[in-house]
Design a binder for this molecule. Sequence first.
Ligand SMILES: C[S@@+](CC[C@H](N)C(=O)[O-])C[C@H]1O[C@@H](n2cnc3c(N)ncnc32)[C@H](O)[C@@H]1O
Length: 258
Amino acid sequence: MTRRTADGSAGDADYGTIGGSYSAYRRPEPRIAALIEQALAGARTVVNVGAGAGSYESAAFTVTPVEPSASMRAQRPVHLPVAIDAVAEHLPFEDDAFDAAMTTFSVHQWSDLESGLLEMRRVARGPVVVLTCDPDRVREFWLYDYAPLVLDTEARRYPAIRDITATLGGHTEVITVPIPADCVDGFNEAYYARPERLLDPAARQSCSAWSFVPPEQAEEYTERLRADLASGAWEDRYGHLRRQPHLNGSLVLIRALP
Ligand SMILES: C[S@@+](CC[C@H](N)C(=O)[O-])C[C@H]1O[C@@H](n2cnc3c(N)ncnc32)[C@H](O)[C@@H]1O
């Protein structure tokens, strides 16, 4: 049985507490959206699991969003379909109900990864598409110098890519998703070339891993970054990243065909 908070949140993060400004900071990045659309090509109907405020739902498909958190459902723009209140682990649909299934930045929060993925496989006739982060690569990001517990949390939460592909079975492909320097979807690595953005508390709150670190610790991490930006120490070590057009970091797109 999936445990849910007062807001309905069904994962390891409570969006009733941290989700208030999510849609302002976590907007769909068009270049990532194009890759997802490509992975779903040929589908007409798509179920989006852990749909949140609707990022990456393309008008090219008839999308059925599933989202357990009331706070996240409330942030969906009016032009998008209303999300169904349900969890990945028990999708309220018939077998093969959709041409395809997608989920973005969500699998690491589910209480039962295997059940959720098998449910996606069950309700989709065609591709299951998962946008997630590779836990083996999370600590390569410079933020690890400043906020180790935040990235340790990320690395612990994200499931191993081989576990996702093994559970989905069939024919699977995994690609690294290049993160543009001006990425409009504000996950931690999206700020690789704009470190000062992480000094904004609302930007940090929109990356759920920060909510697992005590506030005093998060404040100390932020002060360390602020000091290195002021002294030029960050610039000396990582300033070249400001001129790098994209980062091949931990973000990956998995596509599994039955
Ligand atoms: C980081 S947000 C991502 C939202 C959206 N997919 C996006 O890319 O912006 C993670 C979402 O997964 C949802 N979630 C967490 N656990 C879930 C579960 N067990 N079943 C379905 N959705 C879940 C959360 O409520 C939240 O909206």
